[in-house]
Design a protein around this ligand. Structure first.
Ligand code: FES
Ligand code: FES
Length: 162
């Protein structure tokens, strides 16, 4: 067992863990932060995306012990109590969530994208979420939500064929 200390959404956590536990399982099982989802567990689907030391990563590919001392942001940090973040509210307005399983990962990838590029083009949004698989929305509503929250929503229907 090894001691791991992490700062998650501004709160410091310290726990013992095994050397082989992923950051994803550590967050979900040891810290009770179940917003970050497990899809493929192999770095393919993006459901487990979070921000580690300022960079979006797949938490299923990082060991908890590797993240020792890191500053982590998860989807739980987006809303302020019961008030959705602007991005979450845009997702709700545009029905960018259906089953919702991919949503936490998408929200974190987009948060990372918007910090680097506050007004991304449609192609830049597509590139920013290329690691996030969604089997429900077809992505149109997701892209519309990002365009809306960045103040560049085109007329309705303009994204029909993205
Ligand atoms: Fe991590 Fe799919 S669960 S990429
Ligand atoms: Fe169902 Fe994306 S909303 S997988």
């Amino acid at each position: 067992m090894m001691q791991v200390q992490l700062t998650v959404n501004g709160q410091v956590y310290e726990r013992e863990t095994t050397e082989y536990k992923t950051l994803l399982h550590f967050l979900r099982e040891d810290l009770g932060l179940t917003g970050t989802k497990e899809g493929c567990a192999a770095g393919e689907c993006g459901a487990c995306t979070l921000i580690l030391n300022g960079k979006a990563v797949n938490a299923c590919l990082v060991l908890a012990v590797e993240a020792n001392g890191a500053v982590i942001e998860t989807v739980e940090g987006q809303a302020d109590g019961n008030t959705l973040s602007d991005l979450q509210a845009a997702f709700a307005r545009h029905h960018a969530t259906q089953c919702g399983f991919c949503t936490p990962g998408l929200l974190m990838s987009i948060q990372d994208l918007l910090r680097r590029n506050p007004k991304p083009s449609v192609d830049e949004i597509k590139a920013g979420i290329e690691g996030n698989f969604c089997r429900c929305t077809g992505y149109v509503q997701v892209i519309e939500a990002v365009l809306d929250v960045t103040g560049q929503l085109p007329q309705k229907g303009a994204l029909k064929h993205v």
